[in-house]
Design a protein around this ligand. Structure first.
Ligand code: ADP
Ligand code: MG
Length: 212
């Protein structure tokens, strides 16, 4: 896909909603081990609300920035858990990164991904190694940017992002949580994958499938 428009982005959000819904129980179980067992519910509520908010949009007359801001608002309103403001900020920053563009070229989409990851980091103030979704999102966005800079297509860049997200999520097992609810567990959080990093893999996987 050489150019991505609002209809493509809507399909992407629909694909994420389906993937997260299918993954809901596993994400709740992961959160049950080091959190409060609601992460799958929170993510499913959020992306379900995004799907419902995007459904009535007249896509041929909708700019990507408007679609992304609609996603941000609906996700934030639907989710009370900490993932709410984190993903809402991701979409809002993504919207700002593509402002004024009717369609996104490959480089625009990579900039969108990077803005999303940076937004999550800025909002939650988590660094790499603190056992959060940042450990999946940041390396994913970096891998996509590096792949694209070396001449890879958006689809190939998303495949690189997915691989990096998977590695990052896996690595959270060996981390002690330093941000969010699970940080209260300290060393007892060791040995368990972070639910937010796990769901980031699902989100990025759905993006790759939908835009690949
Ligand atoms: P809550 O902890 O409020 O129940 P969720 O269960 O929806 O929220 O999400 C938990 C996930 O949110 C964690 O697994 C972690 O990945 C992510 N998270 C929590 N705090 C932060 C933060 N400050 N920065 C980045 N991610 C965070
Ligand atoms: Mg939770």
């Amino acid at each position: 896909m050489t150019s991505i428009d609002a209809a493509d982005l809507k399909r992407m959000f629909d694909a994420i909603a389906v993937a997260i819904e299918a993954d809901k129980d596993r994400l709740c179980q992961l959160d049950g081990v080091i959190g409060d067992a609601d992460h799958g519910i929170a993510m499913a509520l959020g992306f379900g609300a995004v799907r419902d908010a995007l459904a009535p949009l007249e896509l041929s007359a909708t700019e990507p920035t408007v679609l992304l801001n609609t996603a941000a608002k609906s996700f934030l309103n639907a989710v009370g858990a900490s993932s709410g403001p984190l993903y809402a900020t991701a979409f809002m920053r993504g919207a700002a990164a593509v402002k004024g563009k009717a369609t996104l070229a490959g480089a625009d989409f990579i900039a969108l991904l990077q803005a999303m990851a940076q937004g999550i980091q800025d909002r939650g103030k988590a660094e790499i190694g603190e056992k959060t979704m940042v450990d999946a999102w940041l390396p994913a966005a970096q891998a996509a940017a590096a792949a694209h800079a070396s001449g890879k297509t958006v689809s190939e860049s998303l495949a690189a992002a997915l691989q990096a997200a998977e590695r990052g999520a896996e690595a959270t097992k060996d981390m002690i949580a330093a941000k969010g609810r699970s940080s209260r567990l300290g060393e007892r959080s060791l040995g368990h994958i972070d639910p937010g990093a796990a769901s980031a893999v699902t989100v990025i996987g759905a993006m790759r499938k939908s835009l690949g």
